[in-house]
Design a protein around this ligand. Sequence first.
Ligand code: PHE
Length: 462
Amino acid sequence: MANNNRGSFSSKFGAIAAIAGSAVGLGNIWKFPYVAGENGGAAFLLIYIGITLLISIPVLLAEFSIGRHGQGNAFRSFVNMTGKKGWGAIGILELLGAIFVLASYCVIAGWSLEYIMRSVMGGFHGMTQTQMDVQFDMFVASGWRPIVWMVVFLIINGGVLGMGVTKGIERCSKFMIPALFCILVMLAGVNLLQPGFNEGAAFILRPNWSVVTGRTILAALGQSFFSLSIGMAAMITYGSYIQRRESLTGVGVIVSLATVLMAVLAGLAIFPSVFSYGIEPTKGADLVFKTLPPLFAELPGGYVISILFFILLFFAALTTSLSIMESLVAFFSEELHIKRIYALGIGFAIILLSSTLCALSQMPDSTILVGGETLFDWTDKFCSAYILPLGGLACVVMVGWFIPHYVVEHELTSSGKTPLWIYKFIVFMMRYICPVVIVVLLVNCILDYFGVDMIATLMSLI
Ligand code: PHE
């Protein structure tokens, strides 16, 4: 069953860097600070941390346990852990989610490469917001240019993954995660001098409990799951590379807290500039590729800051995409019994095709639409709303209810190193609380699709 030729993370720091690398991605940098700001700032942050500790970490630990005990790719680990092939279907679902997420992720990562180049070639100094809007929209609509950068990004991914788990992923993450942290601290530091610093910091750090509703809690839950890369094969695959001597609980808690820290720093690196110019805060591509570049160009050392910012985005996207791509590589190499390099070729081809379709779906008059949305937008929404909670739910239910206690205890206490009460608490959450909470999230997403506001409906019934 166990395959001893599999790679592994050679040290605790290496494991933490790689796993944090998967977690800290675009979701943390361009989405979290905005969602936090809109949902009550520090009030949201506290709820987010609470939800992460109580709900997301047990789900994450369920995924780690499946990977480490199953010692295989996302599909094989489910089968190995239960002894039943049927459970492997969840692994396949998660791998499909991984393909969907990566399809749009690689396109965006390609944009960051284009913008690194544009920053190096003179940057955005003196450009107006309208010019930025036009420039970005034309770039995205050009079709071929984003595709070329996406291919470059995939080749970089391939280069790292080709070197293997320890020498490729781990080594790259050990460099990139500290670098990412340093860039964030530097950007936040420069923003300290901005006239809008207080307002920007208050946007994400001042508690505003008056806007907190049931919806805030669901937003925190969805964001926390996405941030921790739950439900999409990545954490099962990386879990299978964590060595026996490491404490899964310790790694899970450190990574989760590091992820929150990075997201808050991202907010401090972004919003003071936005507020200094009296611009409405936004999120996503508009924030990063349209609003921010000319603002950063105005900062002291603006030329270097713009370059650093897009390098930050590229590092965040790369370490995340490595985890998703690795899930595919592990799957193909182990299931088809082929060398890593061939598995990489298959993964590369699949993502090349899906990302190209995503990039083309953004061209004007594109017909690559799903339910009226571009394939690019749809993949992201579909995964976050359905695959991610479904995958997470299946993991906690399986580990909480279907796996013998001694196996789970062995994994979660790391053979007795983690106190028993922590293990008991985590299992309690996995069995009773997490499934209920995730089902509520799923139902909300489904109702949302049909235009029904679950929270408002419930409130009207009370
Ligand atoms: N955690 C990543 C982010 O915040 C997204 C992700 C989701 C990665 C699921 C892998 C799997 O951007």
